[in-house]
Write a protein that binds this ligand. Structure first.
Ligand code: HEM
Length: 143
């Protein structure tokens, strides 16, 4: 199995894969819970599940439009006060979620591709933290 077959399975399931992610992330790392006060975690899981599709797409194509979106997302996380130091544990929990989701189908290729995809997307999100511009996007990125 490769990352593209993996995303096909993820999007095709009735269950929301990232529900498991938030169970793992918030359970293992009590220190991150304060960032989610007032956040509807089940809705957030729906958003993060679709984000996996963007991560896979960016891993394969590196589209500039996707990079712009990821930098904007990074700016929004910076505006929320989310420390850069939390990204490695976020990534680790996301990989663990994918591994558990696939069970027996998990293999080294899938592990490497998802690891690379998550690292690549995270690096561009973090570029958003370097932006010197004022950040009206944090308030007005809605359509
Ligand atoms: C690769 C890393 C990450 C990705 C791809 C990601 C993805 C997303 C996306 C797509 C959203 C919804 C869009 C938005 O509200 O701007 C979001 C919101 C959020 N993220 Fe992240 N995130 C990442 C890292 C983190 C980390 C490390 C934390 C640490 C606590 C975090 C906490 C949050 C919170 C609190 C929200 C707001 C939810 C809401 O207000 O409904 N994220 N994230």
């Amino acid at each position: 199995m490769n990352i593209s077959q993996s995303i096909h399975d993820i999007l095709n399931r009735d269950e929301v894969v990232a529900d498991l992610f938030y169970d793992i992330f918030l359970d293992r790392h009590a220190e991150v819970r304060r960032f989610f006060v007032g956040v509807d975690i089940r809705q957030q899981a729906v958003v993060l599940t679709m984000m996996l599709s963007i991560i896979e797409d960016f891993y394969r194509h590196s589209y500039p439009a996707t990079a712009r979106y990821l930098r904007l997302l990074g700016q929004r996380h910076k505006a929320r006060g989310i420390p850069i130091e939390l990204y490695p544990i976020f990534s680790q929990c996301l990989l663990e979620t994918l591994k558990r989701f696939h069970g027996q189908k998990w293999n080294d290729q899938l592990n490497d591709e998802w690891q690379s995809g998550i690292d690549k997307a995270s690096a561009v999100l973090l570029e958003g933290y370097q932006s010197d511009r004022a950040n009206p996007s944090a308030r007005s990125a809605g359509c």
